[in-house]
Every structure is written in C-alpha cells, then in structure tokens.
Design a protein around this ligand. Structure first.
Ligand code: MLT
Length: 393
C-alpha cells in the first residue's frame, strides 16, 4: 500500500480563506437578496492598467505569427523580464544582476515551492499572526515550526533574541495580516541575526508597493548583509492587480550560500526540473508594469486602495477601536470591540451588516481578539461598509 504524507492530518481541517468562502456561500444561499461588502481575502477589484493591457494584446499578436511566436519559455524567466526587474531594483539603490532574479507564477506558489531548497529537518520560524500558508506549507513538509507571537506591546514587529532558534525565518513586511512595517533598524537586526546563525530569511515583499514612507525599507536588500542571508519573494498580485493573471518574482542573490552550496544554483536546478517557465504573454504584461506608463497606472490604482483604507480608518477612529496598518499597507488590523472573539465578530458583521472580513485568529492564536479588513474593494462598497461599521460604537 502506498504510504501517504501523514503530516496532512496535522493541518487544520480547511484553509482559512476557503473556510470563510464556505461560510459566505452558505449565508448568500440563505439571503440571496443581500448585497455583501467584501473586505476579506486581499483580492483586487480594479482592472489591469492600460500599459499592461496593451502589452498583453501585443504579446497575443506575437503568438499569431511564425516570426514572433514563442514556445517554451526559459524556466527561470525571460531575460527581458529578469533584466527589467534587476534594473527596477537598481533605481531604488539595490544592485542585482538579472541572474539573481527568477520569474514566478506568484508569491503564494513560490513561498511553498522554495522550501525544496531546505532539508526537512530544518526548522521554520513563523512570526505570528502570519499568512497561514507559511505554517501549512511547513506542516505538510513535516518541519518543526517555531512560533514567535507578536502583539500590541511590540507593534506586531517582534525582534530576534537568544531564545529564537530556527533555520528558515519568515518575515513579511508590510505584514499580512497586521499591516505593520519593519523600519530599517529593526529589519537590520533580523538580517544580522540570520547571518550570525546561518539561517535564511524568506522575505515576503508582496505589499512593498504600498509603502509611502521613504524611511521604511521596501526590499530586504536595502539592509547591510542581506545578500548573504535573504531570499526575497515578491508578486505583482497586489502591486499591479495580477491576482488572476499570476506573476511574481523571487530574488536569490548568487552571494547566498550555505554549507558550500549556492541557493541560486540550486534554484536554477529546481526550476529547470520542475517548471517550463511562465507564459510569454504574461511575462510581457509583467514587463509593462515597470515602464513609466505602467508605474503611473499601478500607482493610480494603489492610491485608490489607499483612499479606501483612509475611509475605513476614519470610521474605526470614530468607533474608538485600536488598529494598526492601513497607512503603508492595504490591510487594517483592528482590535475587536468589548473583547469579542474574532469569529464572533466575523459572524456579527456578516449576519447583521453584510460585511466580510477575516478573523484574526485565522492567522495564529495570538490573532485572537483581532480582525483584518482588506481595502481592495470598490470605494462605494468601502464607504457603505464604513458607515455600517459605525454601528459597532
Ligand atoms: C490574503 O488575503 O491574505 C491574501 O490575498 C491571500 C493571498 O495572497 O494568497
């Protein structure tokens, strides 16, 4: 009899966002006439910007002619996109070469796949509350998980200390779910810690484009020594509305080695074995994001979401509840009223106000008593939801 991966039985019954979608589906079936205000999963609502759409159309045309047709793409990404991304980092003061950049089909896929680089006996540190896939992907692999809870006392930005011992360190900044952002000094501490201990940081930069404050780091490579201890995983999902289009990139500097092995060379070996690359059409669309026209387009969309965040924050200020995020992040992380449990608030908001959010406990035990709002909906819906939220006063 085949032996299955028994670690699956250690997982929670279902994935957080699946769980929520099932609850919402059941509510909608019972109440087909009710309009819902969706601020749960961080899925974008604005269409792709013009520069991307033009590039996608033109790439489709390329596929119609023998001279410009593309079959299999290079597994690690097309040189045109790898170079474009490396140049983009350069404009922000980070020197990378195109070979340090790998094109991926999105950060969530990559955050799981990248674990192939590490032995199953290595441990993974998860700063909680955390994006649930960090935990689940490592539970599936049977890895030891080191939970590092955070809270209001440290602004949801914990620092390493001698009690923290782990090989793989997940850091997400701006953080999902809390929206908290590590400043340079704090992030430098994690980089120094990783270098001193031979650990590797998996830096999830999916929300970097939401940082307005120029003092805050958008890439871990802005820190001294990060090129010898960090992998950066980024995505165009939230930056440029690619949640359904799928495109991301991963930076593994060639200076990152452990036990005499280059993680960059290992990833080349992995990708050339396990993928046939991302589609030519999508990569052309992705490259357009980094053109001046593309940057203007995506910034306009990000401003739209940030305005939604402002509307929601105004409302939460009026209710008088504690929250973080919202300023350099598309997520607002709010304390529940009157010590309510986070699923209790989920049910109340859904049943009484038709607002869908995400219960904080879904991101780890220390998320109990908190609630996450995503600001990727339409402004009309956000305004209505903000008005309804005032009833929590
Ligand atoms: C979230 O809502 O946490 C994210 O949208 C989920 C994801 O990026 O997969």
């Amino acid at each position: 009899m085949v032996k299955l991966n028994e670690h699956y039985s250690e997982l929670k019954d279902s994935y957080l966002f699946y769980n929520i979608s099932q609850k919402v589906k059941a509510y909608q079936e019972k109440n087909p006439d009710k309009k819902l205000y969706r601020m749960g999963i961080g899925d974008v609502s604005l269409p792709l910007c013009d520069a991307v759409i033009k590039a996608l159309h033109s790439a489709v045309d390329d596929q119609s002619a023998k001279e410009s047709f593309h079959g299999y793409m290079p597994e690690c990404g097309s040189p045109f996109l790898r170079e474009t991304i490396a140049d983009f980092y350069y404009t922000r003061g980070v020197k990378l070469s195109a070979e340090d950049v790998f094109v991926s089909s999105g950060a969530s896929d990559e955050l799981g796949d990248i674990l192939d680089l590490f032995d199953r006996s290595s441990s993974a540190l998860v700063i909680e509350p955390a994006y649930p896939a960090y935990l689940d992907a490592n539970v599936m692999a049977g890895r030891k998980i080191v939970h590092l809870p955070s809270g209001i006392d440290n602004g949801f930005l914990p620092l390493p200390d001698e009690k923290v011992k782990a090989d793989i360190l997940y850091i997400c900044s701006p953080n999902n779910p809390t929206g908290a952002v590590f400043d340079r000094e704090k992030l430098q501490k994690w980089v120094d810690f990783a270098n001193a201990n031979g650990s590797v940081i998996l830096f999830d930069a999916a929300y970097e484009a939401f940082i307005d404050d120029p003092k805050l780091p958008r890439s871990i490579y802005e820190m001294d020594g990060a090129e010898t201890c960090a992998i950066e995983i980024c995505s165009l999902s939230k930056t440029a509305g690619f949640t359904g289009t799928r495109l991301g990139y991963t930076v593994i500097p060639r200076t990152l080695t452990r036990n005499g092995m280059s993680l960059n060379s290992m990833w080349v070996r992995n990708r050339t074995t396990k993928t046939n690359g991302v589609s030519y059409i999508i990569q052309r669309g992705g490259a357009a994001v980094f053109t001046p026209e593309g940057q203007n387009g995506i910034k306009e969309n990000i401003r739209y979401y940030k305005n939604n965040a402002r509307i929601l924050m105004d409302s939460i200020d009026k209710i008088g509840l504690w929250y973080t995020g919202g300023k350099n992040s598309p997520y607002i992380w709010m304390k529940t009223p009157s010590g309510m449990k986070s699923w209790e608030l989920f049910d109340l908001l859904l049943n009484d106000y038709q607002i869908i959010g995400t219960p904080g406990v879904g991101f780890g035990e220390c998320g109990e008593g908190f609630f996450r709002f995503s600001t990727f909906g339409s402004t009309e819906d956000t305004e209505e939801a903000a008005k309804r939220l005032l009833k929590l006063r």
